[in-house]
Design a protein around this ligand. Structure first.
Ligand SMILES: [Zn+2]
Length: 511
């Protein structure tokens, strides 16, 4: 019955699409094009999928609440008419929508679905460009083009009239164009695709919640949806009939996309979650991600995930880089944390040599304090390390640079020591909130012997050691006699100490 559409209904639908365009997302078409052009993509995506499955299971079983992950964004505006050169205000309105939707502080949230979750992901316009200069996080460029094809991706290429992406390991690139061909509102590239085209694209009428944003797509949810794809979410109906999966366990199955706001729609034997950002409902109808979607997105951003460098990027910190003297570090003039002070959202404090910013639910780690003036900054950890050469035979412990990343040879392969350009090894990562009673440090680092010593005001601390793939390699219930690391291969590890509901993490190198 449902499949039998009469001629008159068809004419009605046709008339309807002329007056009110249906939501149409080009992400699956983009994936199909890429699969045809890139023979390695399927395998890379399968690898990401198996890592994600493991990581999601880990996130589901650990009841530790995660830290806020902040993603630096650059918006490239491509316009022909001056009205398409959207205002900074419209761009900021989109950032505000993303921050509300991914933190579940959107005013239209409700309790219809109990699995709705705060994804604990925030977005900021970049403050530092790829060459280290201060930036607004916005680029603007005129083009005579009246529309852009999603299959050609020319908006992402400077030599083809667009703007090439800023380093996609450090920035989420968003292109806002006058029009995408074929009535597409926006599209995204899934994790695993080419670095040259990574990011999301939206038409200006579907971007932000003011200015040229057009009803019923004027609440910024097109970008919320596309960024969901960028972070590995599929459409909630699994892009197929009942039984097709979106790889998320707590979303109901649905037979197809829903449009408008069909809140009473049921298919596949259950109520459809038309309010989910990954359906095709109108902006005003959408209001949630689920807990399962949250874990799936965070899996690509956390350690070992394919977008982990983006999750750790500090491009929203206006810090000076490079050698020479600095005019004051990021912690300059920031007061030390004081447990008896009440802090408002946005306030910054320094604790244990680390800068923190107050968020609506806790503290976000903005990274270690940088040089506080006078003196030179610490060197690039890749300085003096030779580039990888496939015809050289390397012994265990040898270091090389490849793709702007430092690697060290282990007995079984290569250990990733992180991106060049910053000296983050030995820095705290994902530490607990300032004011935690536990003080902890590990030594020697790097550790050459069998024992990693732990200095702490509490020896009854359970610990877990994970490798850079996020796999648990060791654990124990107290650290009074140090931690036996004799079984670990050479490489970089994280040791996590659990304190009540938070974890403290230290990096160490086994030599
Ligand atoms: Zn989509």
């Amino acid at each position: 019955m449902r499949k039998t559409i009469t001629l008159s209904l068809l004419s009605f639908l046709f008339a309807f699409t002329i007056t009110a365009q249906q939501r149409s997302c080009g992400t699956m078409q983009d994936l199909e094009n890429r699969m045809q052009q890139d023979s390695g993509l399927a395998q890379r995506m399968a690898d990401i999928e198996s890592f994600t499955a493991r990581k999601v299971q880990e996130l589901e079983t650990s009841r530790i609440s995660g830290n806020i992950i902040t993603i630096p964004v650059v918006v490239h505006v491509l316009y022909r008419a001056s009205s398409e050169n959207i205002s900074n205000e419209q761009i900021q309105s989109q950032l505000n929508v993303l921050n509300r939707d991914y933190r579940r502080t959107n005013s239209d949230r409700n309790n219809v679905w109990s699995q709705a979750a705060d994804a604990q992901i925030e977005f900021c316009l970049a403050k530092v460009d790829p060459s280290g200069r201060a930036t607004s996080g916005i680029t603007r460029k005129y083009s005579s083009k009246t529309e852009w094809s999603s299959s050609a991706n020319r908006m992402k290429n400077t030599s083809q009239g667009g703007v090439s992406p800023w380093d996609t390991r450090q920035y989420l690139n968003m292109w806002v164009v006058n029009k995408i061909s074929g009535g597409t509102l926006g599209y995204a590239q899934f994790p695993g695709g080419s670095r040259a085209t990574d990011g999301v694209v939206m038409g200006h009428e579907y971007f932000g919640s003011t200015g040229t944003a057009k009803f019923p797509y004027n609440k910024g949810r097109t970008t919320t949806h596309e960024v969901g794809h960028f972070l590995n979410l599929r459409h909630i109906w699994g892009d197929g009939a009942c039984g097709a999966s979106d790889y998320v366990s707590d979303t109901p199955s649905a037979e197809a996309a829903n449009y408008g706001c069909s809140t009473n729609k049921s298919s596949c034997g259950s109520r459809d979650m038309v309010q989910n950002y990954m359906d095709y409902s109108d902006d005003a109808c959408m209001n949630l991600f689920t807990s399962g979607q949250k874990n799936r997105m965070r899996a690509v951003l956390l350690s070992g995930g394919s977008r982990s460098s983006l999750g750790a990027s500090n491009k929203c910190e206006a810090t000076s880089t490079g050698g020479g003297t600095t005019s004051g570090g990021n912690c300059d003039r920031v007061a030390a944390y004081n447990s008896s002070t009440s802090y408002s959202v946005g306030a910054k404090v320094v604790s244990n040599g680390t800068l923190y910013q107050r968020t609506s639910s806790g503290w976000s780690n903005l990274g270690a304090c940088t040089s506080t003036g006078g003196g030179t900054t610490s060197g690039d950890k890749c300085a003096g390390v030779a580039a990888y050469n496939s015809s050289t035979s390397y012994s265990v412990g040898a270091k090389v640079v490849s793709n702007a990343t430092l690697y060290q040879r282990t007995s079984s392969g290569w250990s990733n020591l992180g991106a060049c350009g910053s000296s983050r090894i030995g820095d705290d990562l994902d530490t607990g909130f300032p004011g935690d009673e536990l003080k902890i440090s590990v030594y020697p680092n790097p550790v050459r012997g069998n024992t990693l010593h732990v200095k702490s005001n509490n020896t009854n601390v359970p610990f877990t050691i994970v490798n850079m793939l996020g796999q648990r390699v060791s654990q124990g219930s107290n650290v009074s006699n140090g931690v036996n690391v004799s079984n670990l291969d050479a490489g970089l590890y994280l040791i996590q100490f659990r304190v009540n509901d938070t974890i403290k993490t230290k990096k160490f190198i086994k030599e």
